[in-house]
Design a protein around this ligand. Structure first.
Ligand SMILES: [Zn+2]
Length: 530
């Protein structure tokens, strides 16, 4: 039997570039069949014995597509201590003490602190944590995800596991004592020690899916996916619990296995696909590990770090390309981007066809934008960084301000662009990202705004790149990204018209319902469907 649903009496944004609207949509067996007026949509539903959902004038639009995020980390985050916005080390201690009583996991995890906000004016260290939790291992990851702080118990376990506790990955103080701060690959080693069982991982992944759907995200790009997470996604899918569409970029260590199996970009189903490989070229601006072409303005002793050699990056890019796998390379600093451009330059014929991606491009020189456009590479941007990285001008200096998050310049140059949150690094709520792209921190007093107000984007453009644009990055624009007939009915109902509200109100827009493949996967209590 066919499943027929007509959504009527709504203002449906079918697409955003150019803007096209309709007042009704008919969905047959998960796909959009008709876009037009309520009368005809009602007739089709009645004729085929389907249901008619009167939306009472609500706004409908394509579901958001978050091209770069981390489902597993988001799930772990939802189940760990949230330290975002904490204003002092004292406040962290208080929260941690309270949380340690509630949580039963072996390791106590927290995430989201930012030393720039601390009233104490210094970094947090292991002795701070020891004061409240001396007997269980604690890891609190910085907001950027590239740096963390461990307590003494955790350092002890890490040492016991054979990890070398050495600089530059484990900080020491003036007396040569470990401070508990751990960076980049050091943090990677620590995270490897914290193992999750299959059950736990399934729960975390499912929690993250439910959370994302609630915020109107209908497809996600998992940029950095382990074989355990891929397995969890498959299990959820087989249980009909993968209510979101997932596109996976596997950790580059898995490249040899993908090659051996002959798995190419697009392997899987419309629900879950393997796209390619995720690789890191550098770190983050917050931790001054993003690789810049010139030293940091606020620390001339460093220009950041390459976390992979040029040769190794070029080899991975070549092997993945020849295997028909798409690349997603993390490059935040402009010198890291130079490395990626060089590596992509050696596999030119594959770049456009496979839509090789660069993740973040936070600091990007004008000629690099031109080069990306020429070679046909794609970029995954995270506009919310503009607000979180409010200190960025201090890091790079005023002369380089024009190179920082130049979203409009990138779009105008014709580069393929998709939007994302890097959740849990930034909030998964897409409206926070839409707001950030439309305002660039103007209302938060973000310094960068003063230097780059020309880079603010129109809301319709933002919504286009956050739906269709992201779909393109995931090779999925024929399936999703707009509400045109033939595509999957992946859509959301929202409480305000994003093209009509005041810019300040954008981040308060609420998702009332989310539909994936014709099935309501989230329904708020506020929406009375009759
Ligand atoms: Zn990421």
């Amino acid at each position: 039997m066919v499943r027929v649903t007509s959504l009527i009496n709504c203002k449906a944004y079918i697409k955003f570039k150019p803007v096209r609207t309709a007042s009704a949509i008919t969905v047959i067996d998960g796909r959009i069949h008709y876009v037009g007026d309520s009368e005809k949509a009602t007739r089709i539903a009645k004729l085929l014995g389907g249901e008619v959902v009167d939306l009472g004038g609500s706004v409908v639009m394509p579901g958001f597509i978050d091209a770069h995020m981390h489902l597993d980390s988001l799930g772990i985050n939802l189940n760990s201590l949230d330290l975002r916005g904490t204003k002092s080390i004292a406040e962290i201690k208080e929260k941690l003490k309270e949380f340690s009583v509630r949580t039963t996991t072996k390791w106590i995890r927290g995430r989201g602190w930012d030393q720039e906000l601390f009233a104490e004016g210094r970094w947090i260290n292991r002795w701070d944590i020891d004061e409240v939790v001396p007997d269980r291992p604690v890891l609190l990851v910085r907001v950027c995800g590239h740096v963390g702080v461990l307590n003494s118990k955790a350092l002890e376990l890490v040492k016991k596991a054979g990890v070398q506790l050495k600089q530059p990955y484990f900080d020491v103080d003036g007396e040569g004592e470990l401070t508990g701060i751990v960076r980049e690959s050091g943090l990677g080693e620590v995270l490897k020690l914290i193992k999750y069982g299959e059950e736990e991982l399934l729960k975390y992944t499912e929690d993250a899916v439910v959370h994302a759907l609630k915020h109107g995200v209908t497809t996600v790009g998992l940029t950095g996916c382990s074989h355990e997470v891929l397995s969890a996604l498959q299990i959820l899918n087989s249980l009909s619990k993968l209510k979101i569409r997932a596109r996976a970029y596997l950790n580059h260590e898995l490249l040899p296995y993908l090659r051996k199996l002959g798995i190419r970009c697009g392997f899987g189903s419309s629900r879950l696909k393997v796209m390619g490989i995720k690789v890191f070229a550098d770190g983050s601006l917050g931790a001054r590990t993003a690789l810049l072409s010139r030293p940091y303005a606020d620390d001339p002793s460093t220009k950041g770090v390459a976390v992979i050699s040029k040769e190794e990056l070029a080899r991975i890019v070549k092997e993945a390309s020849e295997a028909g796998l798409q690349l997603a390379v993390h490059a935040i600093g402009d010198e890291a981007l130079d490395m990626v451009l060089r590596a992509y330059g050696e596999v030119l014929s594959h770049v456009r066809a496979l839509r090789h991606r660069v993740e973040h491009t936070s600091v990007i020189r004008p000629e690099q934008i031109k080069k990306l456009s020429e070679i046909g590479a794609a970029v995954a941007l995270q506009p919310h960084f503009v607000i979180t990285d409010w200190w960025v001008i201090e890091r790079v200096g005023a002369e380089r301000a024009a190179w920082v998050y130049p979203f409009k310049s990138i779009i105008n140059s014709g580069v393929m662009v998709g939007f994302s949150t890097d959740a849990p690094v930034e909030p998964i709520n897409p409206w926070e990202t839409v707001y950030a792209a439309a305002t660039r921190g103007a209302y938060e007093g973000v310094n960068l705004y003063e230097y780059s107000r020309d880079e603010v984007l129109d809301v319709a453009d933002i919504l286009h790149y956050y739906t269709y644009g992201s779909a393109q990055l995931l090779h999925s624009e024929d399936e999703v990204g707009t509400l045109e007939a033939g595509k999957y009915a992946d859509l959301i109902v929202v409480d305000e018209d994003p093209l009509e509200v005041d810019l300040k109100e954008l981040k308060s827009i609420k998702v009332l319902a989310t539909m994936v493949g014709g099935e309501f996967t989230y329904l708020s209590r506020e929406l009375s469907i009759n």
